[in-house]
Design a protein around this ligand. Sequence first.
Ligand code: SF4
Length: 694
Amino acid sequence: VKELGKPERAVVTTCAYCGVGCTFRAEMKGEQLVRMVPYKDGKANRGHSCVKGRFAWGYANHNDRITSPMIRDSIAEPWREVSWDEAIAFASGRLSKIKAEYGPRALGGITSSRCTNEETFLVQKMIRSVFGANNVDTCARVCHSPTGYGLKTTFGTSAGTQDFDSVEHTDVALVIGANPTDGHPVFASRLKKRLRQGAKLIVIDPRRIDLVRSPHVEASFHLPLQPGTNVAVLTAIAHVIVTEGLADEAFIRERCDVEAYEDWARFVSDARHSPETLEPVTRVPAAELRGAARLFATGGNGAIYYGLGVTEHSQGSSTVMAIANLAMATGNIGRKGVGVNPLRGQNNVQGACDMGSFPHELPGYRHLSDSATREMFEADWGVALDPEPGLRIPNMLDAAVDGSFRAIYIQGEDILQSDPNTQHVAAGLSAMDCVIVHDLFLNETANYAHVFLPGSTFLEKNGTFTNAERRIQPVRKVMEPANGYEDWQVTQLLANAMGAGWEYDHPSEILDEIARLTASFAGVNWQMLQERGSVQWPVNEKHPDGSPVMHLEGFVRGKGLFVVTDYVPTDEKTGPRFPLLLTTGRILSQYNVGAQTRRTANTVWHQEDVLEVHPVDAENRGLKDGDWARLASRTGETTLRVTVTDRVAPGVVYTTFHHPATQANVVTTDYSDWATNCPEYKVTAVQITPSNGP
Ligand code: SF4
């Protein structure tokens, strides 16, 4: 700021990193961004931010930014910089040829949870109405798709139940499979403030995360479960609540499907689900588990916060439903201070899901098989839609290897680095005739692309993001796009080159279309967002000011549905060759695959991914702090530097996945959630051995 001088103007916009959705004043001098200042009137952050958001403009001007479109006939050739006209003609020509030769189901695409609602809506519209099939998916496939499935099944809608302010009324917070201090720092501060005021904390996590013991905060219970046993732990907690008469019978009789509750209660009461019986499975001392269950059921307002340690398992959807069961059984739904709160990873993963980024659902989570909904979209869009659900990301890759899926458009997503079993992703991409990558940087996936369309940053566009509390917030253009176009304009160019005839002039027109076609957005428009700053969906005639807390009087589905969730061990087994379990997570200063944060000043905090190993496991292998280790699984191997620590239990190792040099996902497996195919990132059987380095 000293060098650049006093700012001349400021634009209020929304952070493009995590699902907290902090707002900032981007302070400008001429066309130069001087600094990002947390916005004191921001409803999600109230003047706070974390280090990622404060420096979020660093990557926008990085030398690695690609600003010219590029094409090549095959991935063996070097890239050729071309004009936008030539790139769009090349891409649309290839897509149209494949469509003519193999049919529309040979084409598909992936929307980005980093992009705006309007951009995401347009990509899925292009895939369904221009490509002509429903092969659309999003990164939620690999993170929160079980949240969508589990909460829709039990409550009737695929979203968290509370606003962040709700935590101020919480008496007992149960944090499971989430590390808010690193993943959702501004929310973590609000949670810690409440804990310092006397609220109690239960942490269920294989690793001793910071929240377990930090200045002035100490969890009443930390249940360090064996990775992969979430459902067993939650069933044991439910067992204690039901068998000790701690369930909220009045809430259940009034608000829930009583027959389903009775089935569930019978199931969890069985002696085989007691904490003592399950202790050898969960490795959580039964007494601790009983204590945590009693505290949650009797401690006042109980709020559950969870993250990818819940969803990225073969039983991810079952775990989400087990959490919903627990909230209903204790009457912790439908008022401030309680609820089920998925901490969404990406800034707009909630929005990408709301906007119809799934192969079986149109915007607003309406199933394609609902002919009335389909007809409404067909009438509005003027095309017939394929009534069959399309392919999920892993199925697109499988079909590519089989030869029936030939082309993909990927917006703002580096699937080679972020998706499991890198070798399988590479095989699928290299089998395709046309891979179009629309991104800021030449990422790892672009190594397999034929067309590279340069993307725009959140500072270069208008639109909206929806955060983890369903808050729709404006994203305002701070500077002109370095490539000449906002992302929604690029999608429109491509769709029109294939015959769409779209005429959007501003994202507000796309938002109007979203509101017209999506009941939960019915009362949203650009002007009201400029006036109010933000609003939480559903916004409609009944809730013109939005809905901070959901399921107030009744559940969206009517009666809350208890679902029996039986613990089924993962097929990923340890054994003599691979005796340890690897689990993964994030660090405060880095964001996901690091494409942005590795290109900002704060990377000095974290230059490499490291492998946390318990002292006993390290000693058994002759490894010391700072040594290199070879990490091998049944899928692949990589090399990491070791940190010896008792944050992890014996038998468990842990790493992050921010750096392409490490490529942690070369070791993760193809196992996935039974309902949604969300990969089982959090449980991989591995072995570690000393190494001389990469
Ligand atoms: Fe806020 Fe998340 Fe951005 Fe940090 S990364 S400033 S917590 S939205």
